[in-house]
Write a protein that binds this ligand. Structure first.
Ligand code: ADP
Ligand code: MG
Length: 699
């Protein structure tokens, strides 16, 4: 270590202070958000290896990661396959194969019969019994006895150019500084630690970075050790506080109040062909309360597919119109933009309200006109994809933004949107609508900055969809069902799923399926819709499907959200096992919209894993989106449920929203205590855990 005075503040002390950290390493550390020594200490191991003891070969089983030692008794170089060298290793208790994939000539030479090896690796069951696949190894000679490690070996998440060795060396120095009296603030008050029986921060960090050899490995691996739980708790607390902070910040911002003008609303409800359900009324009132205030609304409306969110959105838009303000309605796909545009025009034009659509497909001359209408305020309602905000569209007086069906809509997007919508120091109200039911515990931690409303009732007259899980072998039966249904005047969807990243491949596969179905069912009108078609083409096809001119619509998952065709009563989903339950639920929501009984057939490719079949069975058993989401959460994890894996919206380091959900109530409680009694600790805590927190703080 470089010479130093002992009492540093580790939250400001740069990593460059440590020995072995020059410009180059510092840059690499910065890539993973590590700048100060405190950052290093909070760079937590993702897993552990146990190299603290030697295992007799007879005691190990497939799946173990262990150290073994023995003599090479045979060596062979297989002709086929990737294996370069196959050895047999023997100790006093048993034998195992070692399979090496790449070795230098020097290494090849050293691995010969009679050599004693110490190996570390994963044990698997191979063709000849137990194997270790490409183990790390060292030669054991009479003179040098290699000691086993004293502590469990932490494995750190890393980036190119930073080896595990480097991490370990740097973190060891950081721990050293921490224990020799440098400042690392324990942000959790003693009372909280005692109540939850948590160790101190120093103890916890020491333990997770350098667990003693007798530490319970199982617990550690599952991240359920007390030291880990303490850190998990801190992390969840930091996230919750950052969201609550954000919420408080919004509450002092200004917005244009949008109280109801009774004439418009009454007129609208009179023209509407149905009565609002009581759930819709309740949510409408909650929104109304928000909109009357001079601060921006930030409300999430959850409602299962078909629960009637659109009309609730329309009522909010009317309040903006009534106050002479504009609204923007954002949908994730052009298909949905088209549909909303038609719905809103149908509802609003009789009331003399101008609705315009802004999509990539709107061409130059028309586009100029539309932009002009938006800038002058002529257009009161603007419908488009999120892209409309990226192009710096000028509104005359935007007061309300509605975001429909965006499950990939995180804190950052929400923040960005309000920034874009700000006008003369007034922020727009935001209403976010989703059919992806979010289990309550999860919503509490991920959407703590939003107020939530739930439409927990479907409009009357719906018949639940009957779901069946069918093997692909029985395709003929499925085709017969489609034929029957279409002959009796119904319509059907056939959904192709291909989890390739490539849009192109997905569309090709759909094209092939459509051709095959067309050949197999010559008496039916089959059409295809997919994400790469022009918006006008898609619109034309959807229009024809709605009018009953198409019997069978072959589609990629573009029809996943929002599309509404009441006469379609049969849906076939191919390779259903590849999709998440939430997504299947969304797809299935496209049928069962009229009074006729609807069916959903989930085709799977046999053979199918028991686990996958269990998941599909959930779909058969329930049509309740919340139950499905809860199961999906248990089976797949929150990143999938929220669709945030890609956007990294809730990038947690040690906490796991499913595993650690038992901590949520305590987190919620302590967060409130912090806001009341420990305001000064909030910022340091958030900074420690959310390194890019400034971004949240600024908005
Ligand atoms: P989602 O919540 O999935 O967005 P929609 O708003 O598209 O649902 O509504 C689904 C269908 O139900 C639409 O055809 C809509 O007109 C109809 N609908 C909505 N509310 C009611 C109601 N209260 N009574 C009858 N039908 C309704
Ligand atoms: Mg909808």
């Amino acid at each position: 270590m470089k010479p130093s005075s002992p009492n540093h503040d580790l939250s400001t002390l740069s990593c460059q202070h440590l020995s072995g950290v020059g410009q180059r390493i510092a840059e690499r550390l910065a890539r993973v958000g590590v700048y100060c020594v405190q950052d290093l200490l909070f760079h937590l191991p993702s897993r552990y290896q146990d190299r603290t003891r030697l295992y007799p070969i007879a005691t190990i089983t497939p799946g173990d990661h262990v150290v073994i030692e023995g003599d090479i008794i045979t060596v062979s170089t297989p002709k086929a396959g990737r294996t370069k060298l196959l050895c047999r290793l023997e100790d006093a208790t048993g034998r195992i194969h070692l399979r090496f994939f790449y070795l230098s000539t020097q290494q090849m030479k050293s691995l010969k019969v009679g050599t004693k090896l110490r190996c570390y690796g994963e044990v698997r069951l191979g063709m000849y019994g137990m194997e270790m696949i490409h183990p790390e190894y060292s030669l054991v000679t009479q003179e040098v006895i290699i000691p086993v490690d004293e502590n469990l070996t932490p494995i750190y998440p890393t980036t190119e150019g930073l080896s595990q060795r480097t991490w370990r060396k740097l973190i060891a120095q950081a721990l050293q500084l921490m224990t020799s009296g440098s400042l690392l603030q324990d942000i959790l008050p003693t009372a909280v630690l005692q109540k939850l029986s948590f160790p101190t921060l120093t103890e916890a960090l020491h333990f997770v970075h350098s667990p003693p050899s007798d530490a319970p490995l199982e617990l550690l691996i599952e991240k359920k050790h007390g030291s880990q739980k303490r850190l998990v708790f801190e992390e969840l607390l930091a996230h919750r506080l950052s969201l609550l902070n954000l919420k408080n910040l919004f509450q002092v911002q200004q917005a244009i109040p949008l109280p109801k003008t009774s004439t418009l609303t009454t007129q609208f409800l009179q023209l509407l062909s149905f009565q609002l359900t009581s759930a819709q009324q309740k949510v409408n009132e909650e929104i109304d309360n928000d909109l009357c205030r001079a601060h921006p609304m930030l409300r999430l409306v959850q409602g299962d597919v078909g629960s009637g969110k659109t009309v609730v959105a329309a009522l909010a838009v009317l309040q903006a119109v009534g106050q002479g303000c504009q609204s923007a309605v954002l949908a994730p796909t052009e298909l949905l933009v088209d549909q909303h545009c038609n719905t809103f025009k149908k509802w609003f034009e009789p009331l003399g309200i101008k609705v315009v659509m802004l999509s990539g497909q709107v061409k130059t001359a028309l586009r100029r006109e539309v932009l002009n209408d938006i800038a002058t305020g002529q257009a009161q309602v603007v419908i488009g994809t999120q892209a409309i905000f990226q192009k710096g569209i000028a509104f005359s007086k935007l007061a309300l933004i509605i975001v429909d069906e965006q499950h990939r809509f995180g804190v950052q997007q929400r923040a960005l949107l309000r920034e874009k919508g700000v006008h003369e120091n007034h922020y727009p109200h935001q209403l976010i609508m989703t059919a992806t039911p979010i289990p309550r515990t999860l919503a509490m931690s991920v959407y703590a900055d939003l107020d939530c409303s739930i439409i927990d009732e479907l409009p009357p007259g719906r018949t639940p969809v009957v779901t069946r899980v069918i093997s692909n072998d029985r395709r003929d039966e499925v085709l017969a069902r489609i034929k029957d249904a279409c002959k009796s005047g119904r319509q059907a969807y056939w959904v192709c799923t291909l989890i390739e990243e490539s849009d192109v491949l997905q569309c090709q596969a759909a094209e092939e399926t459509a051709a095959t179905l067309h050949a197999a069912l010559p008496e039916l009108k089959v059409a295809l819709i997919h994400g790469r078609m022009k918006s006008s083409e898609k619109e034309q096809i959807m229009h024809a499907f709605k009018n009953g001119e198409i019997h069978l619509l072959v589609a990629t998952t573009v029809i996943e959200v929002g599309v509404d065709v009441p006469k379609a009563s049969l849906m076939v989903i191919e390779n259903a096992e590849r999709l998440g339950l939430a997504q299947l639920h969304q797809l299935r929501g496209r049928v069962g919209r009229g009074a006729i009984e609807s069916h959903c057939l989930l085709l799977y490719q046999a053979p199918i894993a028991k686990f996958a079949k269990e998941r599909l069975a959930v779909m058969r058993e329930t049509t309740d989106g919340f139950k499905i989401a809860q199961r999906d959460l248990e089976l797949r994890g929150p990143g999938e449920v929220l669709g945030t894996k890609q956007t990294g919206d809730i990038a947690l380091r040690i906490a796991d929203l499913v595993r650690d959900s038992d901590l949520f109530p305590a987190v919620q409680q302590v967060a409130n205590t912090f806001l009341q009694n420990y305001q000064e600790l909030v910022t340091p805590l958030i900074k420690r855990w959310l390194r890019d927190s400034e971004r949240f703080g600024q908005v």
